[in-house]
Write a protein that binds this ligand. Sequence first.
Ligand code: SAH
Ligand code: SF4
Length: 348
Amino acid sequence: MEAKRDIKSLNHHELELLMKDLGQPRFRVKQLEEWLYLRDCEIISEMDNLPKSLRDQLDRDFFIGTLKLVTRQVSQDGTRKYLFEIPNGARVETVGIPSPDGDRLTVCFSSQAGCPMGCSFCATGRAGFVCNLTSGEMYDQVRYVARDFEMRVTNVVCMGQGEPFLNYDAVITALRRMNSKTGMGIGARHITVSTCGLLEGIRRFSQEPEQFTLAVSLHAAIQKTRNALMPGVSNVSLEELRHALKDYGETTKRRPSLEYAPIKGVNDDDEHIDALVSFCKGMLCHVNLIPLNPITSGQEDEGMMVPSDRVAHISRELEARGIENSIRNSRGKDIDGACGQLRQRVED
Ligand code: SAH
Ligand code: SF4
């Protein structure tokens, strides 16, 4: 007998094919999606508007994957971090970030358990790769946070563990479900995917019909520095990356964000700022300066930190040279829930 599959790993089209194969009318797809993505059903036999015979057939071939909460931590600033276990036993982290006025709720979800890219400044990169997540496992992270906060999710960022473009199809399926009316109905423009800069992924992403937002971790516009910081993308030349981003802007008319974490003595001097300005000139983009978040509790981190007045200086310098930018202060640092701090550990 074949092993059962997680029904939540199927995309809309695959569900349509499945219903067709089982001789069911099309409206069953909507009913099924409502059970899975709006009503959080965890047991197929409970889908009581589906014929009993269909429920039995589905039960035979599928299970409904669910996330098991391992720990939940609450930061002083209201940010919450969740550690989940997925059905295969791997663990992933998700962060819920409420705006200070309580109007918005942003969820940062993971696309892989761990990450194979090995960026030197990132806790996830240091921990290595475990597995890809299914679309259902990504969707459910966001759904769980909405229920925990008892509020609508207004913004989603795929900036947790993992490199989303190494798991492209499942990520897009998850985003579509978040965007869908038979899902959470989150506006596409409020859904952002962050990549370390995989060219094929950027090209494909520019062809998607939805207006999802793209962010790229740049961190250095000098090749040698970027290769050292981000060894997993050392085969991607900055010139090609710039080309791909320019095409993205021209095709979509949308402005990608470039993430840049200044690191002391590595990418924060005038030469690197000049290179960043040249990289951005003549292209739609917005630079997000992310003050580096500590990933160990040792002195190694302290030596890498750039003082906040230097970050402010970089921001003013970019501004003066016509490069739009902002400084993004991470939330949830006290619970290791900020950018780059996610890993699979339980003890904190
Ligand atoms: N793999 C994707 C998405 C996950 S990383 C990517 O790299 O874009 C999410 C963001 O956190 C990226 O912009 C990443 O560069 C940034 N980041 C990683 N480690 C960090 C750290 N220690 N401090 C600040 N930002 C960090
Ligand atoms: Fe992976 Fe992104 Fe971390 Fe790099 S920064 S190791 S690509 S999660």
